[in-house]
Design a protein around this ligand. Structure first.
Ligand code: DLL
Length: 435
């Protein structure tokens, strides 16, 4: 079995990739200018014409698109094909209530599913595998994306959707699933249940493809050990298609971005200046061959770093690090930038499970941050002194990571609500961003 789903393109030389991107970009800009009045107005305002875009070197002449544009143009304002040629919508929640709605032609669905098939092959899957997809189905892109990728690959696909954990475990055992696709938080919960119910010897999983939310290396190790699998990261967003915009390979060191379909840039989130590879900033995508919903220079708000270091898997496409947080999810507590992933790293490296809740509040103009953390069964004790000592140790560890004090409240095992999809880990009671 091949190590690649589409070897030629996945291992193309840099010159070949640039040639493909140049050609597709010129065509795409013309398509968007002619068919999307909303973006045409933005280009006109910036004084840039489609003829000015001759290669990817001209990309930075184009205006950015942001979530605000999506909200303003909702629902049809960024559509570049007649509705009669669209065959699907997918959707995700927006930042302030209005949902993001993305449209797909059949061509767009095919490309997207191929991207997901590439991810599955990179995780070691082939047509002999049994792929259990427990991302949500429906409007969320996770289920349909991985389902489509698994079909393209010819694997036996179990369209489980999220939730109903008893049924998930039953199918995992009875049908001997080999590849698990779900959010990392649900994978951690499934792993917990597998071990509690003594099913570890009865399952055949070898790999997991986990994404849709941030997770740490520590969480990866925990899931890998608990299920006896290799856990691969997968990234994507509804606006740009869904899962499979990028995916991890056997190296497990960054996710290859499908550069024949998407151009990635890193910008300074404040000034919009394009940063060189290797610098941390906001990830921006241009979709090169989507027909119905082709976003140019879309600001993801994900904070990330790109690397062009040669990868031993043979793939040549640029790699993105795990997103380090979102420029809009970043909490600013007493003036200090705090990313939930920093807190998770401290918790897991101190032996706690990734079941926690971060509560930020403001009283008399002073911010406070509380982290509720679940104890494991082994840690759980009636002795308050022991618990207080543990809490103090975590407060100190968090202080040295974050630079500010966070209060810690240890809670009994199984008291923090488990998530079947994306976990909600932050409650910000300050309501700083209400419109
Ligand atoms: O979460 C698509 C997806 C489904 C990706 C299944 C992977 C697997 P949205 O609901 O539009 O789409 O959310 C997109 O989720 O901008 C990131 O902030 C976050 N995200 C997605 N994948 C990862 C990841 C899907 N691997 C938003 N690591 C993105 C960290 C991720 N964050």
């Amino acid at each position: 079995m091949s190590k690649y789903f589409q070897e030629q393109i996945e291992t193309a030389s840099r010159d070949e990739i640039i040639a493909i991107q140049n050609e597709k970009l010129v065509k795409q800009v013309k398509h968007v200018y002619e068919n999307v009045p909303y973006y045409r107005a933005k280009m006109d305002e910036k004084g840039v014409r489609p003829e000015d875009i001759k290669s990817i070197d001209d990309l930075r002449k184009l205006p950015f698109l942001s979530k605000d544009d999506l909200r303003e143009a909702y629902p049809y304002g960024l559509l570049a094909k007649p509705l009669s040629e669209c065959v699907r919508i997918q959707s995700t929640s927006g930042t302030t209530g209005r949902r993001v709605v993305a449209f797909y032609t059949q061509h767009d669905i095919d490309l997207w599913e191929e991207c997901c098939a590439r991810a599955l092959v990179a995780a070691g899957a082939d047509k002999n595998d049994v792929v259990q997809v427990c991302y949500g189905y429906g409007l969320f892109t996770g289920g349909p994306g991985l389902n489509g990728g698994s079909h393209k690959l010819g694997s036996l696909t179990l369209p489980m959707s999220s939730g109903n954990t008893d049924r998930q475990l039953q199918f995992m055992v009875d049908l001997q699933s080999t590849v698990l696709c779900c959010t990392p938080s649900y994978a951690a919960y499934l792993a917990e249940c597998v071990n509690e119910r003594g099913l570890r010897d009865k399952i055949k999983l070898k790999a997991g493809i986990f994404g849709a939310e941030a997770w740490t290396e520590e969480m990866r190790h925990d899931i890998e050990n608990a299920l006896g699998i290799k856990a691969y990261d997968i990234y994507g967003l509804t606006e740009i298609s869904g899962p499979g915009v990028s995916f991890e390979c056997s190296e497990q060191e960054g996710m290859h971005i499908n550069e024949d379909h998407f151009i990635a840039e890193i910008i300074n989130p404040v000034t919009g200046e394009v940063l060189p590879d290797g610098e941390k900033g906001e990830l921006v995508f241009t979709s090169l061959d989507k027909e119905a919903f082709p976003l140019l220079r879309y600001r993801t708000r994900d904070i990330c770093v790109l690397s062009r270091k040669k990868c031993s898997c043979g793939r040549t496409h640029v790699r993105m690090a795990k997103p380090m947080g979102r420029s809009d999810d970043m909490l600013i507590v007493r003036g200090v930038n705090v990313f939930p992933s920093q807190i998770e790293t401290v918790l897991i490296s101190n032996g706690y499970p990734a079941n926690y809740l971060i509560i930020v509040d403001r009283q008399k103009n002073t911010d406070s941050i509380e982290v509720q953390v679940e104890m494991t069964n082994e840690m759980f004790s009636d002795d308050l002194n022991t618990i207080h000592a543990r809490e103090k140790k975590l407060v100190d560890a968090l202080k040295s990571m974050l630079g500010i004090r966070a209060n810690v409240h240890l809670v009994a095992p199984k008291t923090i609500e488990r998530s079947e999809g994306k976990a909600k880990r932050v409650i910000d009671k300050r309501n700083l961003y209400q419109n």
